[in-house]
Design a protein around this ligand. Structure first.
Ligand SMILES: [Zn+2]
Length: 115
């Protein structure tokens, strides 16, 4: 394995520092959703239907299954930074992988060995 260059090592240090500064990170996404309850005679069953909500909904995947729960405006205000952190974390991981791929390509790339 060749040594990545100074520029790549600086980029790695920047990513590592940003990773180290990342706080709590909540997975998933927040979406506003409207629902129909299914009760006969409810306005959500009308023509045209007037749906319930919109509710702020937190959707994430756990053990291969989609987990959904309602979240209040107050909870959103308190936890928005944690959702933002998870997004930053994913971007940093993508950046690290891109940087590493580039370092690999420069050292051993294009399928032809330098040795
Ligand atoms: Zn309803």
């Amino acid at each position: 394995m060749a040594e990545p260059g100074a520029r790549q090592r600086r980029a790695l240090a920047r990513i590592a520092a940003a990773l180290g500064e990342t706080g709590f990170a909540l997975p998933g996404s927040l979406v506003l959703r409207t629902t129909a309850c299914g009760k006969a005679g409810c306005h959500c069953q009308g023509d045209p239907p007037v749906l319930h909500g919109p509710y702020l909904t937190w959707t994430r995947t756990a053990a291969g299954k989609t987990v959904t729960r309602k979240i209040s405006q107050d909870q959103q205000a308190r936890y928005q930074a944690w959702f933002d952190n998870a997004r930053k974390l994913r971007q940093l991981v993508t950046d690290l992988e891109t940087l590493s791929l580039r370092a690999f390509e420069e050292a051993d790339g294009t399928g032809t060995s330098k040795r």
